[in-house]
Design a protein around this ligand. Structure first.
Ligand SMILES: O=P(O)(O)OC[C@H]1O[C@](O)(CO)[C@@H](O)[C@@H]1O
Length: 338
């Protein structure tokens, strides 16, 4: 799957171009409902991509109920790959009952059925993969909705260029970090090896790479079955950093990964350098990872792609199958009994 992201992203764009959203009125804000490593991650990545492009506020709801501000000018986009996630279904039901405009992105399930009964347009994505590995389908479907409604803040030509670069960067990532590339030249394998025996802490720049740090954290959890943490710079310098002075033997268990971007403001890059300076002395490890590419889309997903590989290699090193997520199934089973 991860070797094949170029195809997934390209195919997803082809599908969304066919979607008919003609009946959707122009919203003045958008509420995206979605949870988990695929749907919520796609939403936070989209919000990052549009941060300095779109004039409409975007909020993401992972709760069971939508916020109280829903009104005629709200557009709700409900995203659930499986179509069966409890939180998303309940929040969607409440939003739909209030009469707001809505679009649904899903591979099927209960959400697709309910969308049909409310007459909301559905963008169908192909099923059959764990939701977190359908990130291309989910992200591109969301981007397509915003683009079609004129909320993506860029021209078709600029977007086409960005997409072309994105596909190329994903193909390049599969070569650089794929299994065929030996460890001596493979940053993903090297990082996974360095992480063994440590707790990953992933810092992203706010807003440039913060959503990606969250994705890395989620992938360490779901794929490698490793507890990990994510935070933002500069935010962490205002509180969390004080904790870096904790007992050295405990602090030495943390391995810090800083996701940086040389197109981010200089002050953020200075903060990365200053962070490395302090952490080098006390943490179990520190690694700075650079976004690759020219455009924002390619840069975001170059980092997503690397993180996906690292989490998969870490799973293999730990002798763990990355696909099953027993703890998620446990909570679903417990809740289905109540
Ligand atoms: O609503 P969706 O997109 O099917 O996602 C639900 C599940 O997918 C996961 O990403 C598992 O891959 C979990 O995080 C979550 O429980």
């Amino acid at each position: 799957m991860v070797d094949d992201y170029t195809r997934q992203f390209r195919e997803a764009w082809g599908r969304v171009e066919q979607a008919d959203l003609a009946g959707i009125p122009m919203p003045d804000h958008v509420l995206i409902l979605g949870t988990g490593g695929g749907s919520a991650t796609a939403a936070t990545l989209l919000r990052t991509y549009l941060y300095d492009r779109s004039e409409v506020p975007i909020e993401i709801c992972q709760a069971y109920q939508p916020p109280a501000y829903l009104r005629r000018t709200t557009l709700v986009v409900a995203v659930s790959y499986s179509g069966n996630t409890q939180e998303t279904l309940q929040a969607y039901e409440q939003a739909a009952a209030s009469g707001v405009s809505a679009v649904v992105i899903t591979a099927g399930g209960e959400l697709a059925a309910r969308a049909r009964s409310y007459g909301h347009p559905v963008i169908h994505v192909p099923g059959g993969t764990p939701p977190r590995m359908a990130i291309g389908y989910l992200f591109m479907a969301l981007l397509g909705v915003f683009h079609k409604l004129g909320l993506a803040g860029n021209t078709g030509v600029e977007l086409a260029e960005q997409l072309g670069e994105l596909y190329a960067v994903l193909a390049e990532g599969a070569r650089r970090w794929g299994t065929a590339m030996p460890v001596t030249d493979n940053e993903a394998k090297q990082l996974a090896l360095a992480l063994r025996g440590h707790i990953p802490v992933v810092y992203g720049l706010n807003p440039n790479t913060g959503a990606v740090a969250e994705r890395w954290k989620r992938q360490f959890g779901e794929n490698a079955k490793v507890m990990a943490f994510a935070n933002l710079l500069p935010d962490a310098h205002h509180d969390e950093a004080v904790g870096w002075e904790m007992e050295r033997e405990l602090f030495g268990r943390f391995f810090f990964i800083l996701l940086t971007d040389d197109q981010a403001p200089r002050v953020l890059q200075q903060r990365v350098a200053a962070t490395v300076e302090v952490l080098r002395e006390r943490a179990g490890g520190v690694r700075v990872v650079q976004a690759r590419g020219r455009g924002r889309l390619a840069r975001l997903f170059s980092l997503v792609h690397l993180g996906d590989y690292v989490s998969l290699y870490l799973a293999l090193l730990r002798g763990i199958d990355p696909t099953p997520v027993p703890m998620i199934e446990h909570f679903k089973a417990v809740l289905s009994r109540s």
